[in-house]
Ligand binder design. Structure first.
Ligand code: BES
Ligand code: MN
Ligand code: MN
Length: 462
């Protein structure tokens, strides 16, 4: 493609400023106090898609936050790329751990980002990565180099489970018809090691509640004589892993895909430095399932983690009390073939069976989704690979990610096309954490690489 590098150079400041404006709107989908801001973000995305050259842009109502849809159809006989992204972000808390306010973006240089990184909630996940596609589109339309048809589907509920997007996709099969789905909402191995995400884990998210006595009790008068819900809950949770860090829920591993020796050997070729890994997290050792490497543990193996646990007295000083209730939020990351609804049911049955006499246990499923794997011999993968080779000067490494984008497997099922995950973030970009950031290099490299995907996908589709 002509002039992509010079186009980026000339427009770099504007590209950064536009993203900064978008990052200032706190589009927190989980917190209804930010409803107006989420809706305002949808409006801003709509305007940006119009400016980027889409012929039709609509804000499509759902039962939750709207989906922003845009398209430019240049020739019905050419292939169609459908871009998916999300404009909602995670809550920024804990606020006091941010070095600058989460919705007042600043650019700062770091060791990994010598060209600077934009610090803000959503910088990497996913406003920054989604906006690379809008700017890539602008480049292609304004220089008359759009080689195929494009559709955009940008949603506002990814961080809360995409419940309404599923309905939207099912009801709009024709509108969303495409030849490949392109997503930048994952990461790459390192600045000089491009990678394409070939797998995502599934997810089952549940909340548990253990109830003991009908009121909080004096821990001296009653302690030892009635079940303490917090003691019981922690014991139940502890029993969910055995001494090898295997999950103990009966049937949990039944459908887990075991990779062959060859596949594991192939995976092990991806660059990884355990010392750097430990150092980056300030831990003196890694931890996990016996028999698997760190990269296997967080990509091809299922896991169970407590995400939050509460109950009893947590205020200043001490209060001698046995709480009536204790709670926890638990996520299970799943691998392909494990069905999230089945796993949720297995968890519920098992967890309830663990309850000793003297307490009652309630398990409430939150949300979930299936895992995803995609082959590397598809036209989409090959096109992406060629695009990276051109902009990074090396072949990207296929890599399975431990994260989840639950809606991805539904896309494949409903829209019958392959999903290509071209992520440009780094694991160290602190998504969902305080001080989330996105490298200026990564942002611009994404804008440079995406148009080449369009070009090669169109060429290879012939
Ligand atoms: N973009 C992330 C998922 C991700 C990040 C995948 C990095 C691979 C690499 C997405 O926004 C996300 O946070 N997903 C959630 C699940 C969702 C249902 C809240 C997750 O993985 O926890
Ligand atoms: Mn995301
Ligand atoms: Mn996220």
């Amino acid at each position: 493609m002509n002039n992509i590098q010079s186009y980026i150079k000339e427009n770099k400041t504007r590209f950064l400023n536009e993203l900064i404006e978008l990052l200032k709107i706190p589009s927190i989908s989980a917190d209804s106090a930010y409803r107006d801001d989420v809706l305002k973000t949808a409006e801003a995305i709509k305007v940006s898609l119009e400016k980027a050259g889409c012929d039709i842009v609509e804000i499509c109502k759902t039962d939750g936050y709207p989906v922003v849809y845009g398209e430019k159809i240049i020739d019905k006989n050419l292939p169609t790329v459908l871009v998916y992204g999300h404009y909602d972000v995670q809550p920024p808390d804990p606020l006091d751990l941010w070095n600058s306010p989460p919705f007042e973006p600043v650019i700062k240089k770091t060791a990994l980002h010598p060209e600077g990184a934009i610090y803000a909630r959503g910088a990497c996940d996913d406003k920054g990565q989604m906006y690379m596609h809008v700017k890539a589109m602008e480049f292609m339309t304004s220089t008359n180099q759009l080689p195929c048809n494009v559709k955009f589907m940008i949603e506002g509920e990814e961080e809360v489970g995409s419940a309404n997007l599923a309905t939207f996709v099912k009801n709009n099969q024709d509108k969303l018809k495409n030849d490949v789905i392109l997503i930048s909402d994952t990461g790459m191995i390192a600045q000089d090691i491009p990678s394409i995400t070939t797998g995502l884990r599934g997810l089952s998210y549940v909340e548990v509640e253990v109830t003991g006595p009908n009121r909080d009790l004096h821990s001296g008068l009653y302690g030892g004589a009635v079940a303490n819900p917090i003691n019981v809950l922690t014991k139940m949770i502890a029993s969910l892993h055995d001494e090898n860090n295997h999950i103990t829920i009966p049937g949990f591993y039944d459908k887990v895909e075991e990779l062959s020796k060859e596949e594991r050997a192939e995976m092990a070729k991806a660059p990884f430095n355990l010392d750097h890994y430990k150092k980056a997290l300030d831990i003196n050792d890694v931890y996990g399932e016996t028999g698997y490497t760190t990269n296997e543990r967080n990509a091809i193996r299922p896991t169970l983690d407590v995400n939050g646990i509460w109950g009893g007295y947590i205020g200043e000083g001490a209060k001698t009390v046995i709480a009536s209730k204790a709670y926890a939020k638990i996520s299970m990351r799943l691998v392909p073939h494990q069905d999230w609804e089945e796993i949720t049911q297995l968890f519920k049955t098992h967890f309830e069976s663990l309850a000793p006499k003297g307490v009652t246990v309630k398990v409430t499923p939150h949300h979930g989704g299936q895992g995803y794997v995609t082959p590397i011999n598809s036209i989409g993968y090959q096109a992406a690979s060629k695009a990276y080779q051109e902009t990074f000067g090396k072949r990207p490494i296929p890599q399975r990610s431990g994260g989840s984008i639950p809606i991805v497997s539904l896309f494949e099922q409903e829209l019958k096309s392959k999903i290509i995950l071209m992520g440009f973030g780094l694991d160290s970009d602190a998504i969902h954490s305080p001080n989330e950031h996105f490298g200026v290099f990564n942002y611009l490299k994404g804008i440079e690489t995406i148009p080449l995907f369009y070009k090669y996908f169109t060429e290879l589709s012939n």
